[in-house]
Ligand binder design. Sequence first.
Ligand SMILES: Cc1cc2nc3c(=O)[nH]c(=O)nc-3n(C[C@H](O)[C@H](O)[C@H](O)COP(=O)(O)OP(=O)(O)OC[C@H]3O[C@@H](n4cnc5c(N)ncnc54)[C@H](O)[C@@H]3O)c2cc1C
Length: 412
Amino acid sequence: MRYEIVAQLTTNSTLLILILISYLISHISYLTSHNKMKKLRVVVLGAGFGGLELTSMLSEAIGDNLNLTLIDQHDSFYFGFSKLDVMFGHKPADSVKIPYSSIVKPGVRFCKETITAIDPETRTVTTQSGTHEADVLVVALGANYNHGATPGLTEHGNEYYTFEGAEKLRDVIPNFKKGHAIVGVCGAPFKCPPAPSEAALMLHDYLATAGTRDACTISIVMPFGSPIPPSPDSSKALFKAFEERGIQFIPQHKVASLSANKAILDDGTEMPFDLFLGIPKHVAPDVVLQSGLAVDGWIPVDRQNLLTRFPNVYAIGDVTSVGTPKAGVFAEGAAKIAAASIIASYKGQQNEKGYTGVGSCYIEFGKGQVARVDVDFFSGPKPFGIHHDASEALTIDKEYFGSSRKARWFGR
Ligand SMILES: Cc1cc2nc3c(=O)[nH]c(=O)nc-3n(C[C@H](O)[C@H](O)[C@H](O)COP(=O)(O)OP(=O)(O)OC[C@H]3O[C@@H](n4cnc5c(N)ncnc54)[C@H](O)[C@@H]3O)c2cc1C
């Protein structure tokens, strides 16, 4: 009996040891094969809204097997809306800049370089410092401005769509004490369709605080029939705000040129001004136009996955003609789908979810009040938006929108 128990125990222990050994062998071979897996070389061009979101997602999902190079010509990021804060002196320029050097993410390396050529056939990128080769290339270079397309804009007007332009205006606006101010759009499409209305409302507040509002008039010239075409309710709320503040809205027109103190609209109408706050004509960056990626000025993409017509070359955000407005929220939404597609194909899977064109835009009404419009571009027969009235709660919502991105992209 004793011998039987001992024999049974010996058999059990042997079995246990065998199981343990086989587990160790399989685990070691898994680890070895996992480590041997080739790292995915991704090159992301542009560290704006789209590039930063895509980089964060890839690092989170496959950081250990990722060799991602994020390239931008600048050393820091800023939100588009912070240009309004800078031009009206609400915040110092340096306080809204977030340095790329603070990005510490598995598998990610940031390079401050200017991209001079893109070859989408070979997925090779040339910068002033050298070349980068990619298994997967993502173009997220945003939209640039063609000031020269509006004769007289540089000599006689101002613009607040570049950071430098917004910084310059911080010193120009305090000298505007009487006369006519025009917020003028020089071409469509343009970034963040609410931004001209926001600038006019914030200018009203600025002048009211300075005690000079009664000596000034404000007009907005816009190539749309209403301030936010997909949302009649948001447009109605803005029209009401313009009426209450005596701001004139001139629809369906662009500013074609400027002389010393006159804006000439696209139908030849002349509008005298003392201060011109311009939204310059937008264009894709030259390096994109020269790459063969663009058609009719912007990069066409497949809405399902944000792929261009070149294999393993994606494009996201303002540089595309995907069909949503040029805004950070939409660049971010597209980045999520492109990232999901890259991750799925790396894992040999299929990404089922396409780009829905849904996003929320905040609208500054001035006096610390922010409204929101939730827009859906693709699910219905035409784009539609749901309006949320301006409130202090939405001001906090917008602050969280910024701080949550800052934390996610920069770990701050
Ligand atoms: C006044 C104003 C207010 C705005 N308010 C809002 C808002 O409230 N909400 C919102 O969602 N959006 C807003 N926007 C729009 C928003 O800023 C842009 O739509 C968004 O940044 C687009 O993201 P993106 O990734 O496509 O491009 P971007 O964020 O523009 O990034 C492109 C990057 O590519 C880099 N780059 C370009 N060319 C080169 C090159 N040759 N070499 C190296 N790097 C290069 C640029 O330096 C840039 O960092 C606003 C814009 C403005 C001007």
